[in-house]
Design a protein around this ligand. Structure first.
Ligand code: NDP
Length: 458
């Protein structure tokens, strides 16, 4: 049977939009199906609105040092103004995404698409079938909420973007990216904020110095950290939510937010009908070219569970289109992923943690510096920036860079370039410092702070 489309994409988020646009530019006949808004999690209820909220929350830090620079500030914050302006910006970006699809001729179909077989997608509302040579699943993910009594009284990041008013206090369950980012947003906007984490330190998997520095930074901003407990149940009482913790204690909060990870959007997609295999964690299983177990079906982005990061989804979408429609087989190398946590203080990391580096490199050099950012030096604020460089022995390859402090995300993006080129400590040393900056510390490290020889710290 001849196919109507060369490509049908299910899901118009970061990965799906990029794949559709590039495929159409390469001459393919493409349709993209979206049941919600064009732009996906990142644009509509993720990275972009989150960063706008982060900007809003950071004025508190600025005000705290303003007086030391001679400013008198009498500031008031209005939450509805922020939400309305954020919504306007998101609508503008969504329109830009739509235009970016329409220009190369991608057909945008507002419906829910489900698989019928390896080459057919059904539009649930229209009841019509589309046949396609290739199908790309880019349906993303959604917040996971633990199945506890009263869970409906909690919110997730989805709802946090549209709260009618700010709560007087909030308890955030989880210790990952979303928990710490939203904790600093709420705390910065004046909400009494508590993080409740089942582990013994936030940001599991990050370098130990990053975790400790961020923890100190959160506490310095008045965020309370409760460790080794979970929420057992929630009950509503007047305008508050009463939390029962796993240790049996209870406390009321103005709101409770779950930031307990995300799951793939696969429910009812018809993956079984088409014979698409899953990973043990219930993500779509793909090879390095994003091909599923079915030759005509590919998947990119969060639904594959590789790395739930927008730039990764975009790369995967681009690589898919290049591979299938550009005659240029392209796989995505995810071995060196820079990442940032837009908390306050900010975190930027790339490469191996000290613990990870030691597993493959018994001889290491570690350079660590902690200093007050210049912005704070006129004030009494004592917070320090933390920068850490982990290299192979004798000025060898830079294996990991970890930064906590202002502009850490911007710095780590640029560090990603020499890291991708396989830079050594000697390469970093050759770079001339830009003064006065925080980043200059990365190119002016002299002797290692400590070394490892045969995995023993010396
Ligand atoms: P994360 O996986 O980062 O964190 C989830 C947290 O919830 C962990 O601390 C985890 O604990 C905890 N948790 C999981 N299940 C339970 C449970 N049943 N009860 C109590 N606690 C639980 O997920 P997020 O939701 O924060 O973010 C999802 C992903 O989105 C991130 O991993 C990241 O890839 C991406 N993201 C990226 C951002 C960025 O680039 N700046 C910003 C936001 C999200 P434990 O550590 O013990 O497993």
């Amino acid at each position: 049977m001849s196919q109507t489309y060369d490509l049908v994409v299910i899901g118009a988020g970061s990965g799906g939009v990029r794949a559709a646009r590039i495929a159409a530019n390469l001459g393919a006949k493409v349709a993209i199906i979206e049941e919600y808004r064009v732009g996906g999690t990142c644009v509509i209820r993720g990275c972009v609105p989150k960063k706008l909220f982060v900007y809003a929350s950071r004025f508190t830090d600025m005000f705290s040092v303003a007086e030391s620079f001679g400013w008198q500030v009498d500031a008031k914050f209005d939450w509805p103004t922020l939400v309305a302006n954020k919504d306007k910006e998101i609508a503008r970006l969504e329109a830009a995404y739509v235009a970016g699809l329409e220009k190369p001729g991608v057909e945008i179909i507002r419906d829910r698409g489900v698989l019928v077989d390896a080459n057919t997608v059904r539009l649930v509302n229209e009841g019509r079938d589309l046949s396609a040579k290739y199908i790309l699943i880019a349906t993303g993910g959604h917040p996971y909420v633990p199945d506890i009594p009263g869970k409906e009284h909690g919110i997730t990041s989805n709802e946090a973007f549209h709260l009618k008013r700010l709560p007087h206090s909030i308890l955030i369950e989880g210790g990952g990216y979303i928990a710490v980012e939203f904790a600093t947003i709420f705390a910065g906007l004046g909400v009494q904020t508590t993080i409740n984490y089942r582990g013994n330190q936030i940001l599991r998997g990050f370098d130990a110095d990053v975790r400790t520095s961020l923890e100190a930074g959160l506490e310095a901003r008045g965020i309370k950290l409760i460790y080794e407990t979970t929420i057992r149940s929630l009950k509503r009482h007047d305008n508050d939510v009463v939390v029962e913790f796993s240790d049996g204690t209870t406390a009321p909060y103005g709101a409770v937010m779950f930031a307990t990870g995300r799951r793939a959007n696969i429910h009812g997609l018809g993956l079984d009908k088409a014979g698409v295999a899953m990973t043990p964690d219930n993500f779509i299983s793909v090879d390095s070219f994003s091909k599923t177990s079915v030759d005509s079906i590919y998947a990119v982005g969060d639904v594959t569970g590789r790395a739930a990061l927008t730039p990764v989804a975009i790369r995967e979408g681009q690589a898919f289109a290049e591979t299938i429609f550009g005659g240029n087989p392209t796989s995505v190398d995810l071995s060196l992923l820079p990442t940032a946590v837009f908390a306050e203080p900010e975190v930027g990391v790339i490469g191996l943690t000290e613990e990870e580096a030691l597993t493959g490199h018994p001889d290491l050099e570690v350079y660590v510096t902690r200093f007050r950012p210049m912005m704070n030096t006129l004030s009494t604020r004592s917070e320090r920036v933390m920068m850490k460089l982990i290299t192979a022995a004798n000025g060898g390859k830079v294996l990991g860079v970890h930064i906590v402090g202002p502009s850490a995300a911007e710095m780590i993006q640029l560090v990603a370039i020499p890291m991708a080129m396989g830079a050594t400590k000697a390469d970093f040393d050759r770079a001339i410092a830009v003064h006065p900056t925080a980043a200059e510390e990365l190119v002016t490290f002299k002797a290692p702070t400590y070394r490892y020889k045969d995995c023993v710290k010396v």
